[in-house]
Design a protein around this ligand. Structure first.
Ligand SMILES: Nc1ncnc2c1ncn2[C@@H]1O[C@H](COP(=O)(O)OP(=O)(O)O)[C@@H](O)[C@H]1O
Ligand SMILES: O=P(O)(O)OC[C@H]1O[C@](O)(COP(=O)(O)O)[C@@H](O)[C@@H]1O
Ligand SMILES: [Mg+2]
Length: 472
């Protein structure tokens, strides 16, 4: 069979793509807008037009019709049937400044809140919201709601300005403080009304976004002129649709220190095992990425795949082989992995944190004990040591690295532009590297789990050469 020349192939692809795109219908996810329930709101020109220092160049403003495609991988050789009746492309409103806005800057009273667990970059997002609102849109009433959702109704908000927040991006954690639980819808929306907030910026994870959906619904139900935006924060990277959360890369980078230490301890012992437990309640993204970038890991265990200890194809058999070959092994486990194997009392089965998340048992401590039992049983006269490192909070209680800090700036400014344009009940985040606005309801439902069928997991397997843990 004659091979097509590269030019011919390119032409074919271009033709097919052209056909595909010309017949492509974009399924644009509808974004809620304040005018949906307040039709009399009048648009105003963007104050950036009169900014004394910055003169918006051509192409600065985003057209209403600009979208970001959800899926950018396309198979141009897909059969003609599929192309003649293409599945509509999922598309989201592109983020960025609009020519027209729906808030008079002097009337804006903005609230910023952080909820859930920590994530590197939270302070940067707060800082950029404050500075962006102040500098871009001349907003002078900006408040921080402290201690998470409960702070709306139980604490006095604190006034924020660029001078106060100017070096917050260098600090880990959240200066505004955060908490789990305390979500009381009526009290929260009453407090928003009472304080006169008309823009609410909510930084938090999956639980927080579910709360934001309720807040938005209630505000819409009361027909209040208040914009609500979510900024997804998830060190576990368990929120779907967006590429990743700010802080995730920083956490992966921090995890390297723990893996390096585990490797050194294991290498320096006779039959040494270095065991590291990383964050990841229901997803193993941190563990997977830390494994891929380290290359010192012999076995990576995540919640999305099960494993077993004893017998053919089990963890013990694999580790025994590695110890024989290399004298040491490094094991990295996500906190949510193997939870079904750890014995629990009835009380432990019921234990929940303030937000209602199941409290996990320590998979690292359990594995360490199981490994020790196994070795003393099977090799009573041979030296063996397990060095267990749990860097849980060390990987998230740090300032964001440069890449994440940049992300924080873009996501915060995108959120501001969206709220100013009258959008509400949405989330600002990157999709395929482009910032977009996504209905918060969709984000609250979208999970992002490690796909163990895709290439990334295959890379892990090729780096570690670990078993599939398929029972014979
Ligand atoms: N289904 C839900 N509806 C309303 N609020 C929720 C829901 N789930 C969690 N929350 C609230 O969101 C906040 C943070 O949730 P949590 O699960 O602790 O962290 P994260 O947002 O980081 O996932 C808490 O105040 C919690 O009460
Ligand atoms: O001890 P805390 O503060 O509850 O945080 C621990 C948990 O936070 C997480 O990072 C998830 O937090 P978020 O849902 O807030 O992103 C889990 O991996 C971990 O179980
Ligand atoms: Mg969560």
């Amino acid at each position: 069979m004659a091979l097509a020349s590269p030019e011919a192939t390119n032409l074919n692809i271009a033709k097919t793509l052209g056909k595909s795109l010309s017949s492509c219908s974009a399924n644009i996810q509808k974004l809620p807008h304040l005018t949906d329930y307040l039709p009399n709101l009048k648009p105003l020109p963007n104050p950036l037009e009169k900014n004394p220092l910055y003169h918006p160049p051509a192409g600065f403003y985003i057209n209403q019709s600009e979208v970001v495609l959800r899926h950018i991988v396309l198979d141009p050789s897909a059969d003609s049937e599929a192309l003649s009746s293409p599945t509509p492309q999922l598309a989201y409103t592109r983020a960025g400044p609009r020519r027209q806005i729906f808030f008079e800057p002097k009337d804006i009273k903005a609230a910023i809140v952080t909820c859930g667990g920590l994530c590197p970059g939270m302070n940067t997002v707060i800082r950029e919201l404050v500075v962006g609102l102040w500098e871009l849109y001349e907003v002078r009433q900006i408040y921080g709601v402290t201690a998470g959702y409960r702070g709306f109704y139980s604490r006095d908000p604190i006034e924020l300005n660029p001078k106060l927040v100017h070096n917050w991006h260098k600090k880990g954690g959240t200066v505004l403080e955060t908490s789990r639980g305390g979500f009381d819808l009526k009290k929260i929306v009453d407090a928003i009304e009472h304080h006169g907030f008309n823009q609410v910026y909510i930084i938090g994870g999956d639980g927080t976004m579910r709360g934001a959906v309720n807040i938005f619904d209630e505000i819409r139900h009361r027909k209040l002129n208040i914009g609500v935006v979510g900024i997804p924060k998830t060190v576990d990277n368990d929120i779907g649709i967006i590429d990743r959360s700010f802080g995730f890369q920083t956490a992966v980078e921090m995890a390297q220190q723990a893996i390096n230490a585990a490797h050194i301890e294991a290498e320096s012992a006779v039959n040494g095992i270095g065991l590291v437990k990383l964050m990841g309640r229901s997803t193993g993204h941190i563990t997977l990425h830390a494994t891929l970038s380290s290359r010192d890991v012999d076995c990576c265990l995540i919640p999305e795949t099960s494993f077993y200890l004893e017998g053919k194809g089990g963890l013990f058999e694999f580790l025994e082989k590695r110890l024989k070959e290399n004298g040491h092994a490094v094991l990295v486990v996500a906190e949510g992995a193997g939870q079904d194997m750890i014995p629990r009392t009835d009380a432990q089965k019921e234990q929940r944190d303030e937000s209602g998340n199941l409290v996990f048992l320590d998979v690292g401590a359990w594995l360490k004990s199981e490994l020790n039992n196994w070795w003393t049983r099977d090799h009573p006269n041979e030296l063996f040591t397990v060095k267990y490192i749990d860097p849980t909070y060390m990987i998230r209680a740090v300032p964001a690295n440069a890449t994440d800090n940049l992300y924080c700036t873009l996501v915060a400014h995108s959120a501001i532009h969206g709220v100013m344009a009258g959008y509400t009940g949405f989330v600002s985040g990157p999709i395929n590297g482009n910032y977009a606005y996504i209905p918060v309801e969709e984000v609250a439902q979208a999970r992002n789990e490690v796909d163990v069928q895709d290439h990334k997991w295959a890379w892990v397997r090729s780096v570690t050469n670990q078993p599939d843990f398929v029972k014979p």
